[in-house]
Ligand binder design. Structure first.
Ligand code: CMP
Length: 145
């Protein structure tokens, strides 16, 4: 069982797509282990995108990710990192495929709705970056149908 981090970016909140996107993961059978709305501070953004701070488009990322609340979600499931990443879709607009979240809803590379961890190692770091231990929940779904 793996956990991965998803961030619903400010455009997801602005476009009232939180429920739609959370629902996709629930309908896939993935489990929500943690979920919270929060503001991404510039410091947190610098840390989260530390591999991109030297890119020419980083100021746009920083401005966008701090322009309004985001929703952080820890998602759990078999092979969750790769399953969630595939569900989100690729970064480049030319590679968006219908049936993926970005393919179905995103409007541009800058307003691409969602972030997900890109590897198991990154996922561990990213989940810990956004969630304290007592904000992550372990439970069975005995009422599942
Ligand atoms: P994300 O998958 O969250 O990771 C980094 C983000 O940088 C990416 O989504 C895009 O929203 C943003 N970005 C903006 N311009 C580019 C670009 N030219 N190449 C890659 N990412 C970009």
């Amino acid at each position: 069982m793996q956990r991965t981090l998803v961030l619903l970016k400010p455009d997801t909140v602005q476009r009232s797509l939180i429920g739609t996107l959370v629902s996709r993961f629930e309908q896939k059978g993935l489990k929500i282990a943690g979920l919270k709305m929060m503001n991404m501070t510039p410091a947190l953004c610098d840390e989260h995108y530390s591999h991109m701070t030297s890119k020419p488009f980083y100021p746009a990322i920083l401005s966008f990710m701090t322009c309004g609340p985001i929703v952080a979600i820890a998602i759990e499931g078999h092979d969750a990192v790769s399953v969630v990443r595939k569900m989100c879709g690729l970064t480049a607009e030319s590679e968006w495929v219908s049936g993926t979240i970005r393919g179905d809803y995103a409007r541009s590379i800058d307003n691409n709705l969602i972030h997900s961890s890109d590897s198991e190692e990154t996922a561990k770091v990213e989940v810990a970056r956004f969630f304290q231990d007592n904000e992550l929940f372990t439970y069975t779904r005995s009422l599942n149908s």
